[in-house]
Write a protein that binds this ligand. Structure first.
Ligand SMILES: Nc1ncnc2c1ncn2[C@@H]1O[C@H](COP(=O)(O)OP(=O)(O)OP(=O)(O)O)[C@@H](O)[C@H]1O
Length: 264
């Protein structure tokens, strides 16, 4: 692979209201310094895509944002959310995850009914009122564009759903807790094109009420849905800009080579 300078970067300051920022974020898996100095600002009510080749550090970075790397890696630097550094030691990570929720690559519904997939965390957080629970089930399934398909079978097993439906259920499960930020790690990579399109539509709708950060390998997907895009290369963020600018007029050679398929 061609050597690109890690000093040559183009990272814009976020002109919109910020929902989350990382300041000099670094991640170590033992001796492997997997993420170097990631300093980024994420906008509220927008979609930001993280792109880059396999192993460039996208998932590593994303997992830091709601402390999913605890016990796996050493994470240094600041992650500022509502004036609090959520990367500091004294933070309750379960509280963090109520505000910053993660959807994984493979749909992972619980072996419970569709309804219970949604209500499980709500009940654990003290919501017992049946009407409130029913309301949250309906609202979150509607937000994830799944309600019309499952409203008559809420008590059936979630394991009977298709992959695309199961992934939308996982999104609904997050949304039911009313987080601020949704993190998605390649949520459509295991899905067919129709299910992928449905997930993309769902994310476009969710963007009105949530701030979304999505890892994707799919550059068309990033250019279709993301307002801002960050390009990762070998554990460095080399470029961050409005998606349209990054794809039509990249400022960094590595980004240009990656998006034009001349990488490696
Ligand atoms: N749990 C882990 N333990 C040790 N090293 C890890 C772990 N997860 C990732 N790494 C290493 O961190 C680096 C970045 O990997 P990461 O999975 O974050 O990249 P990525 O850009 O998300 O790749 P992909 O697109 O293939 O998912 C790689 O060198 C990888 O081997």
């Amino acid at each position: 692979m061609q050597n690109y300078s890690f000093d040559d970067t183009h990272i814009i300051d976020m002109p919109l209201e910020k929902v989350l920022t990382t300041d000099n974020l670094q991640v170590f898996y033992g001796d492997n310094h997997a993420m170097h100095d990631a300093t980024l600002e994420f906008p509220r009510y927008r979609i930001t895509a993280l792109i880059g080749a396999s192993g460039s550090g996208k998932s590593t970075y994303l997992r830091c944002l709601n402390r999913m790397n605890d016990r796996i890696a050493t994470v240094k630097g600041k992650i500022m959310y509502r004036d609090t550094d959520i990367n500091s030691q004294n933070i309750n990570v379960y509280e963090v995850r109520k505000h910053i929720s993660m959807v994984f690559q493979r749909p992972n519904p619980f072996a419970k009914s569709i309804r219970e997939n949604i209500t499980f965390a709500l009940k654990r957080n003290g919501i017992k009122d049946k009407n409130e629970l029913n309301k949250r089930v309906e609202e979150s399934l509607k937000a994830a564009a799944l309600w019309d398909e499952v409203k008559d079978e809420l008590d059936k097993s979630a394991l009977a759903l298709s992959g695309g439906q199961a992934q939308r259920l996982c999104i609904a499960r997050c949304v039911a807790m009313k987080p601020d930020i949704l993190l998605l790690d390649e949520p459509a990579s295991a899905l067919d094109p129709i299910s992928t399109a449905k997930i993309e539509e769902t994310l476009q709708q969710l963007r009105k009420n949530y701030s979304i950060i999505i890892v994707t390998h799919n550059m068309q997907q990033a250019s279709r849905i993301a307002d801002y895009t960050a390009f990762f290369h070998m554990g460095h963020v080399l470029e961050f800009d409005e998606t349209e600018k990054l794809f039509t007029n990249p400022q960094i050679k590595a980004t240009e080579d990656y998006i034009s398929g001349n990488f490696g």
